[in-house]
Design a protein around this ligand. Structure first.
Ligand code: ACO
Length: 323
């Protein structure tokens, strides 16, 4: 059967670092509060005029270089973002243009913090169906543009960045020893809209709006939904948690990540953590973490990598990949 094998990863973070101390100098908050509640110590903020497509292009270029695949051989670009450059066209087409690519198809996917899992699942399905051979799957965000910088309960949590992977079709025998994406599971439940949303948009207000979140409610649902979806991807492959080499979770909050790892019985050394330095970069957080752990040699060929994410919608999902 056809599999989608990850051939390379890339990452890009803006230059500007915003520390908790700096936030505490302008808001009624403290490094102690932010670190103890979330594990976040700093985040990166895009420069004025630096767009989601710019971040995405840098990450995509790095992923292409790491994969050894020529840009002209890419026939699909899927960009997960909740902060597109414009309402339209799709930011993915701007990345396509920036890369000098004029073939194939490029489009955006919007599943907020779960966007990369949704994008990877979509690319995998295109590849399995024989409709694509080599895809760029990108998560890129400039959440700094949609934050209410006066609201200490949300603005301390997020950051900007981009991560990307190149996936390529390969033949597998259909077993869990195959390299590539072994299973993906996606879910949404629109009933929880009011717990996490942006109070603007082209059809509702014609304003960009700001992120609004009932943090405690999101937290409560996240630990339950993530535990369920993680079991679901394992069951889909007939694998058990002890087979997992790396957990690469969405990086929203260290306490949520610890809860998932604990339920799986995974040692902390098997969890890739970037939330301390990146904050919550929404759709970029999983591919940024993948890129870091691939570049420093933690994730090795043949190892089993479990990814999971949950965010606005609510939308949540998991992916199990043999590297
Ligand atoms: N500094 C100091 N105090 C603060 C801050 C701050 N930055 N923010 C809130 N507080 C105060 C609140 O006002 C509240 O004070 P009160 O009790 O006097 O009213 C107190 O701290 C406790 O607030 P809670 O919201 O109950 O704090 P909690 O322990 O739940 O932590 C947090 C809040 C970090 C947001 C947590 O709920 C969380 O991480 N939720 C999940 C968020 C998440 O995972 N989002 C992922 C999806 S994001 C996406 O999809 C875009």
């Amino acid at each position: 059967i056809r599999r989608s094998v990850i051939r390379g990863c890339g990452a890009y973070l803006p230059e500007r670092v915003l520390t908790n101390e700096e936030l505490a100098s302008r808001l009624d908050t403290s490094d102690e509060w932010i670190v103890s509640r979330t594990g976040i110590r700093q985040r990166y903020i895009a420069a004025e005029g630096e767009l989601t497509s710019d971040l995405a292009t840098r990450a995509a270029e790095e992923a292409l270089a790491a994969s050894g695949i020529a840009v002209d051989d890419i026939d699909l670009i899927i960009l997960a973002t909740a902060t597109p450059d414009e309402t339209f066209p799709a930011t993915a087409t701007t990345v396509q243009r920036n890369l000098g690519l004029r073939r194939g198809a490029a489009f955006d996917i919007q599943a907020v913090c779960s966007g990369f899992i949704f994008a990877l699942a979509t690319a995998d399905n295109f590849i399995r169906a024989g409709q694509a051979e080599r895809a760029l799957v990108i998560g890129a965000e400039t959440f700094s543009r949609i934050l209410d910088w006066e609201d200490r309960s949300t603005c301390v949590l997020f950051g900007d960045g981009a991560g990307a992977v190149v996936v390529e079709a390969a033949d597998g025998n259909g077993g869990s020893d195959d390299r590539g994406v072994l299973a993906t599971c996606l879910h949404t439940d629109g009933v929880h809209h009011d717990y996490l949303y942006v109070d603007g948009g082209p059809s509702s207000t014609q304003k960009v709006g700001h992120l609004r979140m009932a943090g405690r409610e999101v937290f409560r649902h996240a630990v339950v939904n993530l535990a369920e979806v993680v079991n679901e991807v394992l069951e889909a492959t007939n694998l058990t948690a002890d087979a997992i080499d790396w957990l690469v979770p969405h990086q929203a909050n260290k306490r949520i990540i610890d809860s998932t790892a604990r339920k799986l019985g995974l040692a902390p050394e098997k969890v890739v953590l970037t939330v301390d330095r990146h904050g919550n970069t929404s759709a970029a957080s999983v591919p940024l973490a993948l890129a870091e752990a691939a570049a420093d040699g933690r994730i090795q060929e043949g190892q089993l990598v479990l990814m999971e994410a949950m965010g606005g919608g609510f939308a949540w999902g998991g992916a199990l990949v043999r590297w």
